[in-house]
Structures are given as structure tokens and as C-alpha cells.
Design a protein around this ligand. Structure first.
Ligand code: GTQ
Length: 346
């Protein structure tokens, strides 16, 4: 039962001031605020960022701000529920749309937050991560986990744009966010794409002394898409045609804090995702999808991104009746599971 608790105004002013002078605060006026009944208070608002409105402004940033003045030329997809200045999409997720022009160079650095990039548009750019050159093509997922050096280059002829997903808000909240600048990396053997890019088999470590924490750094869209299509045609009764990006050595999530997935919606399919505690981000790789999130209905076309707060069911509908649509999903599941607060409320 939830009954009324005493308010701050019920207390004598001088008593409250005496407390404050000693850095003390009474709990009961704020107890319901920090422990609300039944369901958490969520600042994360369902929000839609159409690519068609981001792209021209990002290209404009390319004219206004040289790469040397930006290091990373990014427009942040900020959730108004958190306040735009917080630069967060949800409690733990940061989203940014990044532009690299032909010939530009985003210099090497490493930082404590984990990042991934989902390539949206353009050919010829690459990210070098931990001495591995990862070419960027539409739909590819490239990891830059905590502590690994990374830099971006572009040998092509047209702008390249990608979506950055970082656990920056959480790591910043933990007062554990910082970066270090470094030298241009040299490419070395042991490229994860050669070692792990083939499903079901992994290299045998006969002579190796230490294991890499992040053995696989680039997940080609052609492979993820082929896996989804194979699953869909194998089992027409499979409701959620979804794969998880995993660490191929351990089978665990690819990164420690955020989870990454690719989902295929069959032609005309409508899929209700149960209400689970983590917030989610949806990004259309191919096709068009309607996302029903609380009282919002977002019509997502290719390269659009939206987010959903935790503890809410989400219904995704393929707007194409004659072909599949494909989504990239990021969520806070690994974090919630590790902390023991994960819930599925159906
Ligand atoms: O490309 O390294 O969106 O360091 C935010 C911080 C991208 C990056 C972001 C970063 C990067």
C-alpha cells in the first residue's frame, strides 16, 4: 500500500536548514521519487530521428567545421526527455551520426566507454581498431570496445555516414569516462575478420598465451543478413527472426554493457516485443517499419533511428507487404542482466 508521506514543507524551515548545513537530507519527502510504486520513472521519451532531416545538417557540418576542429564530426541524437545537453538517448545509451568526408582523417584515440558503429551510407571509409583495418559498408557493425585504439580514414569519393552507439552516459555517470590520444596505428596480422568471420568455426589457440577480450571487431552485414534469411526460410513458424552479435570465443554479448542485434521482419509481419526493463534503440538497415512505442507510432524508413524506454512493449510492423525489412537493435540488456535488475514483464 502506498500512503502519503510527510513533505519537506511540513518540517520547520530552520530544522531543514540545520540539516542542510551538515550535508544531511531527510529521506521521506523524496522516498517515493527515488522508489516509485511498481514501475520506474523513465526520462527516456519515445523519440524518432528521421535520417532525411539529419543528413543535410550533417553535410552542412562538413562545410562549417573542418575535421581538425571536430576530431569526430558528429550530430548527437539526444533524447528530449533527458534534456538535450545531456546528449543521451536513454539512461545508458548515446547515439551519434558521424560524417567523414573523402580524404579526411579522424585521429587515433582510445577511451573507457565502449562504442560500436553501424554503417549507414557510403563506401571507401574504414576504421582501424586495435591494429585491424575494418572496411565500412552499409549495415556493417564495427566494435570499438573499451580501451582499444581507433581512428577513422576515408579513401573513397563520397561522404560516409555512420551511427555511433556508445555506453557513454553510463560510464560518464560512473565518473569513469576519459580518453587518451595516440599515434596513427600500424596494421598487424591477427585480423579478426580472417579468424572469426566464418560461422561455427573459430581458430584453435595452440600456442597463444593470452586471449583477446574482444576477438571479433567487424560483423559484415552480408553475413548477418544471410543468417537471418536462412533462419526465416528454415522455419516459417519462427516468430522473431533475430540474431545477437556475440563474442565468438565466449558466446557472450559482443560488448559488456550494451547488446546488439539484427532483426528481420517478414513481408507484412507485425511483431510485439514484450515489455522488458532495458531501453532499446531501433535503426532501419533495409526496408520500412512502423514502431508502436507507448503512445507514439513512428514510421521509420531506411536509415531512420528511434528509441523506446524500458518496461514498455514495442510493436514493430513491416510496412512492406512484398519484401522483408531489417532492423539493427541496440539495448541495455547486458547491463541489466549483469546488475540483476533485468525483467521481462511480458
Ligand atoms: O568515433 O571515436 O560519436 O570517440 C563519440 C565519441 C564517436 C569516435 C562518437 C567518439 C567517437
Amino acid at each position: 500500500m502506498t500512503h502519503e508521506l510527510g513533505r519537506l514543507e511540513d518540517l520547520p524551515k530552520d530544522y531543514v536548514q540545520d540539516l542542510r548545513d551538515l550535508n544531511l537530507v531527510p529521506l521521506w519527502p523524496s522516498l517515493r521519487g527515488v522508489l516509485p510504486p511498481t514501475i520506474p520513472t523513465r526520462q527516456t521519451k519515445p523519440t524518432h530521428w528521421p535520417y532525411s532531416s539529419i543528413k543535410p545538417l550533417l553535410l552542412k557540418a562538413g562545410e562549417l567545421t573542418p575535421i581538425e576542429k571536430a576530431e569526430r564530426r558528429v550530430l548527437v541524437l539526444a533524447n528530449p526527455g533527458h534534456g538535450l545537453d545531456k546528449m543521451q538517448a536513454s539512461a545508458a545509451m548515446y547515439l551519434g551520426m558521424q560524417l567523414l568526408m573523402p580524404g579526411e582523417w579522424a585521429p587515433s584515440h582510445r577511451h573507457t566507454p565502449n562504442a560500436v558503429r553501424m554503417i549507414v551510407e557510403g563506401e571507401g571509409a574504414y576504421t582501424t581498431v586495435d591494429g585491424e583495418k575494418c572496411p565500412m559498408s552499409r549495415g556493417d557493425l564495427i566494435l570499438t570496445p573499451t580501451g582499444l585504439w581507433h581512428e577513422h580514414g576515408h579513401d573513397g569519393t563520397d561522404p560516409v555516414i555512420w551511427l555511433d552507439v556508445l555506453d557513454l552516459p553510463l560510464v560518464y555517470y560512473m565518473e569513469a569516462s576519459y580518453h587518451v590520444n595516440g599515434e596513427r596505428q600500424t596494421i598487424h596480422p591477427g585480423q579478426s575478420q580472417q579468424q572469426y568471420g566464418h560461422g561455427g568455426v573459430a581458430p584453435t589457440k595452440v600456442f597463444e598465451r593470452s586471449k583477446k577480450a574482444y576477438p571479433m571487431l567487424r560483423y559484415a552485414w552480408t553475413d548477418a543478413k544471410a543468417a537471418l534469411q536462412a533462419m526465416a526460410s528454415d522455419d516459417p513458424s519462427l516468430q522473431a527472426v533475430q540474431v545477437t552479435y556475440i563474442n565468438p570465443e565466449t558466446g557472450a554479448d559482443a560488448e559488456n554493457i550494451l547488446g546488439f542485434y539484427a532483426l528481420m521482419l517478414r513481408p507484412g509481419q507485425s511483431l510485439r516485443l514484450p515489455a522488458r526493463s532495458p531501453a532499446q534503440v531501433f535503426h532501419v538497415i533495409e526496408g520500412a517499419v512502423q514502431a508502436q512505442i507507448v503512445d507514439h507510432q513512428f514510421k521509420l524508413v531506411e536509415a531512420d533511428t528511434c528509441c523506446a524506454p524500458g518496461y514498455e512493449a514495442v510493436t514493430l510492423t513491416n510496412l512492406h507487404a512484398d519484401k522483408a525489412s531489417f532492423l539493427f537493435i541496440a539495448d541495455e540488456s547486458p547491463l541489466h542482466r549483469k546488475l540483476g535488475v533485468y525483467e521481462n514483464r511480458g
